[in-house]
Design a protein around this ligand. Structure first.
Ligand code: HEM
Length: 178
């Protein structure tokens, strides 16, 4: 039997940090720029354009990441020293993927229902007064909060490993010989 690598594959490491950045930017942008700007404001179209481009990029990179994850070998699961917490780790990792996919699905559904591709990229038509009557808008807002919570837990767990357990967990998501 082959021994397991001590790091993730370099492509997966790159995709992890790129997606971490893009998802945090999309969350912050949605919460502090889009949500607080009325659809009647002239700058709203530019904000939506940036958010939708970031969303499209997140979609492509997430699908690529899932593919690379399935195709490459991973280090053995890191132990927290507590059986229950160890069982929680894979659940939160798959939960993060699920929440990101729900954000993408609800964002795309909302934008299609509101005709945003034509309005934002083609300059055809105008924005509705808001998106509140569209059911995917409520899903997008709720899942955004759950995703922010899951990211917070994910970061707390990584810091716990690195600085309390001192098991050099960060090196597994970095580049170097495997
Ligand atoms: C992982 C990807 C995404 C993240 C993290 C994200 C994040 C957010 C957040 C945090 C909000 C504000 C929600 C609230 O607090 O109620 C928001 C609003 C919005 N997002 Fe996204 N989003 C993503 C993908 C997308 C995609 C792919 C689209 C469309 C193609 C999209 C379109 C919108 C629209 C139209 C709004 C509503 C803005 C408003 O109410 O004025 N989002 N997004």
């Amino acid at each position: 039997m082959k021994t397991l690598p001590n790091r993730y594959h370099g492509a997966l490491v790159l995709l992890h940090w790129l997606l971490a950045l893009l998802i945090c930017v999309a969350l912050l942008m949605g919460t502090f720029a889009l949500k607080t700007t009325p659809n009647s404001a002239p700058e709203k179209i530019d904000g939506l354009r940036g958010h939708m481009v970031a969303g499209g990029l997140i979609l492509m990179l997430t699908l690529l990441r899932l593919f690379v994850r399935i195709k490459t070998r991973h280090p053995a699961p890191a132990s927290t020293g507590n059986a229950l917490l160890d069982r929680l780790a894979p659940l939160t990792h798959w939960g993060l993927y699920l929440l990101v996919l729900l954000m993408l699905g609800s964002g795309i559904a909302m934008s299609v229902m509101a005709g945003l591709p034509d309005i934002v990229f083609g300059g055809i038509g105008s924005l509705p007064s808001n998106f509140d009557t569209l059911p995917p808008r409520a899903v997008h807002g709720l899942v955004a909060k759950l995703l922010a919570l899951a990211i917070g837990l994910h970061i707390a767990a990584a810091l716990f490993h690195q600085f309390v357990r001192r098991d050099r967990l960060f090196a597994r998501m970095g580049w170097g010989p495997r």
